[in-house]
Write a protein of this length. Structure first.
Length: 89
């Protein structure tokens, strides 16, 4: 049985994930694990976070993430469901 993927769910703060996200990721052994990013923001997207995740989770396979703008979050249920289904998990 394979391990279930882990999700990194966070708000974008000034074009980056909060430091606590990186600190949390750095405290685990990610070798052979899968990580999926989900980010909300006021519109800046993932910013630098997708570029920084591999440094904080070395050895992880990082799948395509999803960004949801805060202004459309309430109406994004179908989009999130389709994204999850498309990951093939």
């Amino acid at each position: 049985m394979r391990d279930a993927p882990s999700e990194a769910v966070y708000p974008d703060w000034w074009s980056d994930a909060p430091m606590v996200v990186y600190s949390f990721l750095e405290s685990y052994d990610w070798a052979g694990k899968t990580l999926v990013a989900f980010c909300t923001s006021g519109g800046s997207g993932f910013g630098r976070s997708l570029d920084r995740l591999p440094d904080s989770a070395p050895g992880a396979t990082i799948l395509d993430g999803l960004h949801v703008s805060g202004s459309s979050a309430a109406d994004s249920g179908d989009r999130v469901t389709e994204w999850i289904a498309g990951l093939g998990l």
